[in-house]
Design a protein around this ligand. Structure first.
Ligand code: MLT
Length: 410
């Protein structure tokens, strides 16, 4: 009989957002009349920018004629998209990225999850706590961790606590780590790392030969000047960091799917024979073997965000959600709750009142206010006592949710 990958058995039953969806569905079945407002999973609600729609319609027409038809494209992405990304997000910000250092994909979640495949299994992994579950779960699946302990930590993983006490900025690990996941602006806390903080991390990585896996999916939401949009704004980062970016939150592509990963050729790891090998080379091998490219139509849509119109529309979209973030943050504070984030990110991280557990708070919100959020404990042990709300709802639902919060008794 075939055997299974036993590492999967180390994981808790279901993925965080699948578990939330299950609980909400059960509640809805028992209370079909409930008018539920969903501020749980970070899924966008507003339509795609018009520039993307038009570009995709045109791309569909291209597919209707033999002369403009596109079959398999380059696995790494069409140059009409990669060149636009490099120019707008890197060259114009003083960062040099070569055309063969970018890999377009069907979204950042896949890349953040798959990247660990090109790293050795003996590598020591560090994650922040709380953390976007994909980084941890995929390393558990790969066998880079031990068992889940009673305290909610996986054996063999270095956890870097991020709480209100340290302003959600993790301290450097006390022990050597090989792979380090950072997410900035942060999911779930909605907070950011300043240029100075990030410099500290890049220096650590250089001294320790660590690779930083930098998730910048929410970069478009940064409003403050001191927060780097890309880790490559930090001197030396091109030797130690891989960066993930997404069109999901930037341009409403959660259901359309497009993202990209930057792997500078200077980021290297050691092979068993002691030689240095570029991760770019390995990822290119993996990408071309396991992936056949993002759909032409989707890439045309993504490229349209870099047109003048597209840029304007994307900014409007981001402002729309950031207005929700402001409404939530201020509404929570007016209700007497401690709230963080929401200034450079579409997430608001709140302290549960009276030290209520985050799943108890989830139940209270769902049953008494019909609001769905995400319990902080689902993101790691240090998320216990916190709760995440997203700014991705409609204005109307966001205001209704805040009005319901104001009526809750804690
Ligand atoms: C979230 O709610 O954390 C996001 O939807 C995660 C994701 O983008 O996969």
């Amino acid at each position: 009989m075939a055997t299974i990958n036993d590492n999967y058995l180390k994981l808790p039953g279901s993925y965080l957002f699948a578990e939330i969806a299950r609980r909400v569905a059960a509640y809805k079945e028992a209370h079909p009349e409930a008018d539920i407002i969903r501020l749980g999973i970070g899924d966008v609600t507003q339509p795609l920018p018009q520039a993307c729609i038009e570009a995709m319609h045109k791309a569909v027409d291209d597919q209707a004629k033999a002369e403009t038809f596109h079959g398999y494209g380059p696995e790494q992405g069409y140059s009409f998209l990669t060149e636009a990304i490099i120019k707008n997000n890197y060259t114009d910000r003083g960062i040099e990225i070569a055309p063969d250092e970018i890999f377009v994909s069907d979204g950042s979640k896949s890349d953040c999850g798959n990247i660990q495949e090109i790293f050795g299994l003996a590598n020591k992994v560090a994650i922040t706590d709380p953390v976007y579950p994909v980084y941890l779960d995929t390393n558990v699946m790969a066998g880079r961790t031990g068992e889940l302990q009673k305290d909610g930590h996986f054996e063999g993983v270095v956890y870097l606590p991020c709480t209100a006490e340290n302003n959600f900025a993790p301290a450097l690990p006390k022990e050597h780590v090989d792979m380090l996941y950072l997410c900035c602006p942060n999911n779930p806390t909605g907070t950011t790392l300043s240029r100075e903080e990030l410099t500290k991390w890049v220096n650590y990585a250089k001294e320790n030969e660590t690779v930083i896996l930098f998730d910048a999916a929410y970069a478009a939401y940064i409003t403050e000047e001191d927060v780097p949009r890309s880790i490559y704004e930090i001197p030396g980062a091109k030797d130690v960091a891989i960066e993930f970016r997404s069109f999901s939150k930037t341009a409403g592509f959660t259901g359309t799917r497009c993202g990209y990963t930057i792997i500078p050729k200077t980021v290297k790891g050691r092979a068993a024979d002691g030689s240095l090998v570029s991760f770019n080379k390995l990822w290119n091998r993996r990408h071309t073997t396991k992936f056949n490219g993002t759909a032409y139509i989707v890439q045309r849509g993504a490229a349209a965000i870099y047109t003048e119109e597209g840029q304007k529309q994307v900014k409007e979209l981001v402002s729309y959600y950031m207005e929700n973030a402001r409404v939530i943050r201020e509404g929570l504070k007016a209700a007497g709750l401690e709230a963080y984030g929401g200034v450079n990110a579409p997430y608001i991280w709140l302290k549960t009142p009276k030290n209520m557990s985050s799943w108890d708070f989830f139940d209270k919100l769902l049953t008494e206010a019909n609001i769905v959020g995400t319990p902080g404990a689902g993101f790691g042990p240090c998320g216990e006592g916190y709760f995440r709300l997203t700014a991705f709802g409609s204005h109307e639902n966001t205001k209704r949710a805040v009005a319901r919060f104001a009526k809750l008794k804690f």
